[in-house]
Design a protein around this ligand. Sequence first.
Ligand code: 3EB
Length: 326
Amino acid sequence: MECLFVKSACHGRADVVGRGVLGRVAYARGGQPPTLHEGAPRLTVHMAGDNTEPFTEIWVTDRPVRAGVEGSLVYAEDGDHIFCAVRIDERGVYQNAVQSAYEQAFALLSRLGYTELFRMWNLVGAITGDNAEGMENYRDFCVGRARAFDKWPGRIPAATGIGSLSPGIDLYFLATRAGVPRHLENPNQTPAYKYPKQYGPKSPSFARATHLPAADGSTGTVYVSGTASIVGDDTVHHDDIAAQVDATLANIEALISPGNLREHGVEGGYGLKDLDSIKVYVRDEHDLPLVRARCAEVFPDHADIAYLNVDVCRPDLLVEIEGIAG
Ligand code: 3EB
């Protein structure tokens, strides 16, 4: 399985043609709920605006794919991996709908035998705005997700939790067979699921990264969660975008370093030059040039890298970065 970013103009790209598609996520200037499109799940999320380019993230495989719809979930599986997407429409309070969407996804994964989630994306409209009861939408979301995970025997994987530009919540998941993933924490950050109550009644359910082994015994793939300028549980470098970018990059480096992988029982290690499928979320449009310049220096020239101008889940966070090391 492999992740590709495709600009709308390159539809017939050679690395997509002839391969199985597990899912397409269009990062676009408007949203559409998930459906089956040309035999594969497609979800369109409102994440691109005037300052950033739309693109489509495509999960491809060389194995045969079977796709389906179950309730509001759309999914495709190849025997090793499953992609699954669901949209939660705008409402006054999200927690019950979030819990139910997660539980439906978990039930599908259990039924089809993909009992280990290894990556999830949570794209939350008005993420730092308030719900109908005056609770921040992100905190409301975290309550529902945490309740679903409380009842799930599997472990908590890497994730992105980030703003989107329309109301409602888009979720998509990747899962695999039991016993395969290892979930990683960052020695310099408090595990998010142990954040203190000041950040919300239920702490965010995600790991800093998830590792999947390679078939040939090499180091394998590390799915790096959305990472921000947080040390311990504190936001550091308020109002300083350059310093927040550097603290974020330092967090990613520490997370994927040989020392931290060894700590989690994984041989080998990675650096920023091993990242691909990178998404860089920037809150303020006027910070985009600085962030683009810094990322161009540190990430490989050949990497797929997308910039998104959206809100981050704490008002004091100016940037969040995710990627895949391998
Ligand atoms: C943080 O480290 C920044 O709630 O799924 C990053 C990745 C963040 C995932 C989530 C939130 C989530 O707390 C925010």
